[in-house]
Design a protein around this ligand. Structure first.
Ligand code: PLP
Length: 726
């Protein structure tokens, strides 16, 4: 492995533990560790966007010398290092407690995903799926679940968003410098620069891997940028979701097949295998191949792979399900069917949709065929998935299609702001973090003192407003030419006005522009001099999603329209750092996907952990999360309404709720300026999100219902798709 010293210069001996701290991402969800790095040099900390490796490389050595002699710094340092030491001990974790027989040399869960959103300093994610995978790994680490992640390392990352003057999104690349990331290159057992070889399109592709430590969870990121490879193959993995289906196919082949081989090369023999979304499903084929190569008959190999595999589907939107041309697939894979001891047609049948797209290979069908445990990511999405995939079980009515659900959640320590945690320390007891599984903890939230909770919120809102100005100043100095861009970026926002946040991918079904449905009506709402309202938008459109880019351009236009008096803002380049500041600092989170297309949605949960209530359509997690006390819901439009009529109806409810309930409640203050009715919603938002929508609960569900039965080889009433029984 590349040595730590290649990333971090020599440190004063008294604080040399900073190097180990900076190179395991667990620092990012420990408040004291964050504070420690911030204390070293606050401006540099901000400048590096909270990247401790970059910070340690940038600060002058005498600054570190001074830290090493500062009693207060050292007290904090010692506490953080003590915590880091205890992280090595899994014996007292939730998992060890529940499943002592599976701790130790047991076989871990292998979690495959095409993207991981762990921290903005490692830009290998594009949005919700990646951030969810990141939160999954962090919670697995907290809980002591033996889990390893497998993904791809995109050294050009996902694109940086730059908006043209007319609001058209241009996509620019920025090379990731691995030196300033916590990625460590692994070497083969004999010192070779690669760990595995995979043949695609008739050529061998050599694969190396970077290791990223996420607390107790290692994540292996595959990379093909090796001299041994054909020049075209060297850049195969340089960008996430770039290029056409051909490149996608090869990336996924490498993730699946290469991922299994890399795990073998580093000596890991998983006991359960989780394909997080269909991108990772080739992993299942490689495992069939491993078994048939050992002489296991194909049918038995299928049973063995199904028994130990879990597949999670993440979207009902067709574009989210990869479908490849079978000829491309077979050119990419080569004749693996021969190794499997079956015919080419039999292999292609594993990914054949029974009623659609002849001549295509569906990654989701493949995953469902080879995983016995299949789930959607919210109750409603489970139901929608049973409908979508019922064709695979024609003998079953929808309700008994064997697809279940595990509702998504978010990682509390990543998404809850420091001031909110400090408030909970004061009011719930400093040990509240150890009582997260105790329902009474979340009931206690009902008693949070209103004025204090409000004060914490105002503090987080002020941080957001400061951040917006700082960002606008930086971009104005660097790149922007026009003052209108500075206005559009939110510099005219009123720090005291009611502030709505909307940030997510600009996929058209998310309807970022719904609130502009009736411009006059919105105008009356926003520029009301007594009860002003403002909206902050952020989000990227997929580079190939022209309709999404058009919605974005349309929204952007309003940010510069004097008609709205600077009350609509668009913040460029939505990523995790910006997401933090936004979900913590706005007053209301807006989420209006077209029902039922949002599988879960997670940003509203992040907001709620900071006491920010959500206004949303009854879709995804909100269908089970909304209880009447923790936000607002737009009632479902009639099931037979056409899309335009649904938009009109949803927009009308949206305006009505804002005009009649939400904005008046927000501005109803006592003598000290505290809006008690609003604060009550804040408490409930926090209570519901903390008790039910944490990634901790999500990972516990996976462990109890899926991982541990698979790890123990618990017999299973397997109910494969009908085609599998032929
Ligand atoms: C949480 C998050 C998302 C996902 O948000 P949704 O509500 O699921 O649309 C996307 N991008 C970033 C940067 C996030 O932090």
């Amino acid at each position: 492995m590349t040595p730590v010293r290649s990333k971090i210069p020599a440190l004063p001996p008294r604080v040399e533990g900073l190097a180990a701290l900076a190179t395991n991402l667990s620092w990012s969800w420990n408040r004291e560790a964050r504070a420690l790095f911030r204390t070293i040099d606050e401006p540099t900390w901000r400048l590096t966007r909270h990247n401790p490796i970059a910070l340690l490389r940038m600060v002058p050595p005498d600054r570190l010398e001074r830290c090493a002699q500062d009693a207060e710094f050292l007290r904090l340092y010692d506490r953080v290092l003590e915590w880091m030491g205890t992280e090595g001990d899994v014996a007292r974790t939730w998992f060890a407690n529940r499943h002592p027989d599976l701790v130790g040399p047991a076989r871990p869960v292998a979690y495959f995903c095409a993207e991981f959103g762990l921290h903005n300093s490692v830009p290998i994610y594009s949005g919700g799926l990646g951030v969810l995978a990141g939160d999954h790994c962090k919670s697995a680490s907290d809980l002591g679940v033996p889990l390893v992640g497998i993904g791809l390392s995109y050294m050009k990352g996902y694109f940086d968003q730059r908006l043209r003057l007319d609001g058209w999104q241009e996509d620019s690349d920025e090379q990731v410098d691995p030196i300033t990331t916590p990625l460590f290159l692994l070497q083969g057992p004999k010192g070779e620069p690669y760990l595995a070889v995979v043949r695609t399109f008739g050529r061998p592709v050599f694969i190396r891997a970077w290791q990223l430590q996420v607390g107790r969870v290692p994540v292996y990121l595959l990379d093909t940028n090796l001299e041994e490879n054909h020049p075209e193959d060297r850049t195969l993995l340089s960008k996430l979701y770039a290029g056409g289906p051909d490149l996608r196919l090869r990336q996924e082949w490498i993730l699946g097949v290469g991922g299994v081989r890399v795990l073998r090369a580093v000596g890991i023999d998983p006991g359960a295998w989780h394909a997080n979304e269909g991108h990772a499903a080739f992993m299942l084929i490689e495992r069939l191949r491993e078994l048939t190569a050992l002489g296991v008959p194909f049918k038995d190999a299928i049973r063995a792979v199904r028994r130990t595999s879990i597949f999670t589907t993440h979207t009902p939107v067709p574009a989210g399900h990869d479908v490849f041309d079978t000829e491309h697939l077979t050119s990419c894979s080569g004749p693996v069917w021969e190794e499997l001891g079956i015919s080419k047609d039999e292999m292609l049948a594993l990914g054949a949709h029974p009623s659609r797209d002849p001549g295509s290979f569906h990654m989701t069908v493949l995953a469902i065929s080879l995983a016995s445990r299949v789930n959607g990511v919210a109750k409603r999405h489970g139901h929608v998935s049973r409908e979508i995939w019922q064709d695979l079980w024609p003998q079953h009515p929808v309700d008994t299609v064997p697809i279940t659900s595990v509702t998504n959640g978010v990682h509390l320590a990543t998404w809850m702001g420091n001031p909110m945690m400090a408030l909970l320390d004061r009011q719930l007891g400093a040990d509240w973090g150890n009582r997260l599984d105790d329902p009474t903890l979340w009931e206690q939230v009902r008693q949070l003192e209103g004025a204090e909770l409000w004060d914490v919120h105002l503090q987080l809102k002020a941080t957001l407003m400061g951040f917006i100005r700082e960002e606008a100043r930086r971009r104005f100095a660097d790149r922007w030419k026009e003052v209108s861009q500075v206005v559009g970026a939110g510099t005219l926002l009123d720090p005291n006005a009611f502030t709505i946040g909307f940030a997510r991918r600009f996929a058209t079904y998310k309807r970022a522009d719904l609130i502009f449905h009736d411009v006059e009506r919105l105008h009356r709402l926003l520029v009301n001099p007594w009860r002003p309202v403002q909206i902050i938008f952020a989000g990227k459109a997929h580079p190939a999603d022209t309709p999404g880019k058009e919605v974005l351009q349309n929204v952007y236009r309003f940010t510069r329209d004097p008609f709205f008096e600077g009350r609509v803002a668009f913040l460029e380049d939505y990523e995790m750092h910006l997401a933090h500041v936004l979900v913590q600092g706005v007053d209301l989170w807006l989420n209006v996907p077209r029902v039922p297309l949002e599988a879960s949605g997670t940003s509203g949960m992040k907001a709620a952990l900071n006491g920010v209530p959500q206004l949303g359509t009854i879709d995804g997690w909100w269908e089970e999360g909304y209880d009447g006390s923790n936000g607002w819901a737009i009632p479902l439009a009639p099931a037979d309404a056409l899309p335009d009529a649904v938009d009109t109806s949803d927009a009308d409810h949206l305006y009505r709720l804002l005009e009649e309930e939400i904005v008046p409640l927000y501005y109803l203050r006592d003598d000290r300026g505290v809006p008690h009715g609003w604060v009550e919603r804040m408490r409930n938002a926090l209570r519901v999100a903390g008790s039910t929508f944490s990634a901790r609960r999500m990972v516990q569900d996976y462990v109890q219902d899926y991982y541990t039965p698979a790890m123990r080889g618990t017999p299973l009433l397997d109910d494969p798709p009908s085609a599998m029984n032929r």
